[in-house]
Design a protein around this ligand. Sequence first.
Ligand SMILES: Cc1cc2nc3c(=O)[nH]c(=O)nc-3n(C[C@H](O)[C@H](O)[C@H](O)COP(=O)(O)O)c2cc1C
Length: 362
Amino acid sequence: MYQRLYNHGIVRIDAERAHHLALRALATATSLPGGTCALAHYVPEPDERLRLRVWDQPFSNPLGVAAGLDKNGDAVEALIALGFGHIEVGTITLRPQPGNDRPRIWRVPEESAVINAMGFPSSGAAAVRAHLIGLRAKGIVGINIGKNRDTPLDEAAEDYAGLISILFPIANYFTINISSPNTPGLRSLQMADELAHLLATVRDANERAATLARRDPKPLLIKIAPDLTDAEIEGVADAAVANGARGIVATNTTTSRDGLPTHYGALPGGLSGPPLREQADHVVRVLYRRVGDQIPIIGVGGIASGADALARIRSGATLVQIYTGLTWAGPALPGQILRHLSADADRTGWHSILDLVGADAV
Ligand SMILES: Cc1cc2nc3c(=O)[nH]c(=O)nc-3n(C[C@H](O)[C@H](O)[C@H](O)COP(=O)(O)O)c2cc1C
């Protein structure tokens, strides 16, 4: 049904417009009487074997929505109703900004992939906080934060600190995005010295916000690029752990265009979807071997089926996320992935998804 709608309708619409229409349709569905029940039609019954606690917080299953899909938190309840255990809202910037000029999302139909050069369009921290503050989501809401384009790199840490203090009340965890290829210079913040300074500043802001709110500080994660050497991945992982990060999201989009028809090489931005799968999986394995006994890894990049999700968990991811796969396959995909995980448990007899994490990492 979704595939027919996609082939005959959605694919004719500009990719970004199609995205906004789909998000609005989802959000509207949950605001209508019976709408949430209609979405639940796609979702299997909860499976105890898929439940897990991460950072002492309850996830109904390991599958989440990757950042960028719901940048301003417009469809959190609808996405939870589709079966996701967590939603990573954002990237949110401190001040509102429009992002790059359009067009800035391109479909790659040969590979069911996407190239985007969004550049963090964001309503800004205050607006997203006002929008989400009353929400009692039935799942975990992560908040992905990034620096404004016009903030100089040597002042980036203050942007992230400001974002934490404003968004603290609405976040179950924070992801510090230092890996988008669409904000000039951002990826340089992954280098060990830069990361140490950034995390120290952000940790202070987190502790101050926690004291004010009389709560524990929120888990701070970093999101990394796939375009790093193994030594660089290990360097980022060591710096993350040494400076108090509680998890790593791996990975963002790639700047590589390997294997794509040559005309895609001229487009700016990051590539996502199946062409990224192996590269992102490799990063998870390297991270797991280095720091998997100390912090959880969220695996993201090219996951488009239950088999992909299972393989990424076995490579070392405690949680997994999807974006591009959902845009090509439609709202039935999360349910299909969860059913696949349950069927694997039936077949091979495992009792907790946590028992599989890293099973194939070495
Ligand atoms: C259109 C688009 C926008 C994105 N925006 C963000 C973003 O704002 N912040 C971020 O951390 N990642 C962003 N991403 C990257 C995704 O979160 C994810 O890391 C990447 O797409 C790989 O996963 P996938 O292959 O399942 O899409 C975006 C991806 C796409 C396709």
